[in-house]
Write a new protein. Structure first.
Length: 489
């Protein structure tokens, strides 16, 4: 016996839209399984003696739609082991029907033939109802699995399977991630049928006082307003490309990877300053400036024909997946230290299993030297080139300080040697900071900020005195400084 499931579509609306072949097949079949009986055609067919078994009760058993669809598919497959099964779904079987996709996947594995019959898709009726041409570009999205990353707001968007107000609410909140609360949208129910209802509402009203059922879709017109499109990454890419174009900005056209280096460094420090200030709006702005540098480098690469932002994103995405097997694979990492060990091992594998020429490879020459000293020491410590406790590190600081002082003899040769000893002293202090888990760059930043605040207090006091700095003694300036300390500045 040939095991078979025949799937037909009930069309998008009432009986008038049902193909004649499907109509006859349904009436002449002994038993028909329906994903849902909540469809205008079913009531009309019942009047002509149509009998069926619906799966509506399964929806009440599960919290997730995927579990519903899985049970429906397995039930049909089990039934098909014994007899030919006819399964009817709303619209067309191959449009927005997850159960059909499951059957197409599972059927061949169980040697069950899956046949697809006719049926009018709701998409055709929906295009007619809202009067749009699909060639302009459109998206068809599933309301039960909607994510903001899917939304292409510059195209016609149609969201199907808006079964109830709970799903409508989720759709609303997702759309609000990209669209204004008062953006106009259309709720279309039973498109193309005699029961068709089209309601234009503002986005925030999508789940309020409207008629929603299993024949409901939501249509979102494409965004034309420039201000709304500014959230789109594609819009940013378009802007940068225009700046670098022959009709764009002369300054942007002149830039090279080399000329932009200093700006990337400056903008990175501006981000750090925003983080330290706790100003979220400032942080957003400064992160945007860093992104601008990335986009400019990417556009230069694209203009030169070497790479584009797509290559950057692809490389980064692949690396993140590859280096996080505890997230995207089967590796188990109990803590962050184990994550870092795995990270280093994966980096080694990426080099073909070869060890670097030096353990210190990978510490950039472009780093600020205080930070570079910190990173060099960390690299050396990983292979045991390190003191086991802090006391020797503190003694080394004292030793380097004495050697530095000894070289301050006033001679030219002494100053040359003192410069070297001063570097040794800083390096030793960085080592102490590392032992104490104090980041030297952050510590020095905080001290610089503290000095700035206190010196500005001294400036205010000098101004209040009516005298210049030159008219103050150092002792008087120190008194202002001490006042700043007492005030906790």
């Amino acid at each position: 016996m040939v095991k078979k499931i025949e799937i037909v579509g009930l069309g998008a609306g009432d009986l008038a839209q049902l193909p004649v072949g499907v109509y006859k097949r349904l009436l002449n079949a002994g038993e028909v399984f329906l994903r849902t009986k909540e469809h205008p055609v079913v009531a009309d067919l019942e009047k002509e003696g149509f009998t069926y078994t619906s799966f509506d009760a399964i929806y009440e058993k599960h919290e997730q739609f995927e579990d519903v669809y899985e049970e429906i598919a397995q039930t049909l497959l089990d039934k098909a082991d014994r007899e030919t099964v006819i399964y009817a779904v709303p619209g067309h079987p191959l449009v927005a029907e997850r159960t059909v996709q499951l059957l197409l996947d599972y059927g061949p594995k169980r040697e069950i033939e899956i046949m697809i019959g006719g049926g009018q898709s709701f998409i055709d009726a929906l295009f007619t109802s809202v009067k749009i041409d699909p060639i302009e570009g459109f998206q068809l999205l599933d309301a039960t699995a909607l994510h903001k990353e899917q939304l292409q707001i510059d195209q016609h968007m149609m969201i199907s399977q808006v079964y109830d107000q709970f799903i409508a609410s989720n759709v609303k909140l997702t759309l609000m991630e990209k669209l204004p609360d008062d953006y106009p949208v259309f709720i279309v129910t039973a498109a193309g049928s005699s029961q068709e209802v089209i309601e234009k509402v503002l986005l925030y009203e999508l789940d309020r006082n409207v008629t929603i059922n299993n024949l409901t879709s939501v249509y979102i017109p494409p965004v034309k307003e420039e201000q709304i499109l500014l959230k789109n990454f594609s819009k940013l890419r378009e802007i940068i490309a225009e700046l670098r174009s022959p009709t764009g900005c002369p300054w942007d056209r002149e830039q090279t990877h080399e000329s932009l280096k200093k700006y990337l460094i400056e903008e990175t420090y501006e981000v750090i300053d925003a983080i330290n200030s706790g100003d979220i709006d400032h942080l957003i702005e400064e992160l945007g400036d860093v992104l601008l540098q990335v986009m400019l480098h990417a556009q230069i690469g694209e203009d030169d024909g070497y790479f584009s932002i797509d290559d950057i994103i692809e490389g980064l995405s692949a690396k993140m997946i590859r280096r996080h097997p505890h997230v995207f694979g089967n590796v188990v990492a109990e803590d962050s230290e184990e994550v870092l060990r795995n990270w280093q091992e994966i980096k080694k594998q990426e080099r073909g299993g070869e060890e670097p020429a030096s353990i210190l490879d990978g510490v950039s020459m472009a780093l600020p030297n205080l930070l570079r000293a910190y990173e060099l020491q960390k690299k050396a410590a990983k292979v045991g080139f390190d003191w086991q406790e802090i006391t020797p590190a503190l003694e080394k600081v004292k030793e380097e300080l004495e050697e530095f002082v000894d070289e301050l003899d006033g001679t030219t040769e002494g100053m040359v040697r003192a410069k070297g000893e001063f570097g040794d002293l800083l390096f030793a202090f960085v080592n102490v900071a590392r032992f104490l888990k104090i980041h030297p760059e952050e510590a020095l930043f905080e001290t610089n900020e503290k000095f700035t605040r206190r010196f500005q207090f001294v400036e205010e006091k000098v101004k209040e005195s009516g005298r210049t700095f030159e008219e103050h003694t150092l002792e008087q300036l120190d008194q202002y400084w001490d006042q700043a300390k007492e005030k906790g500045i």
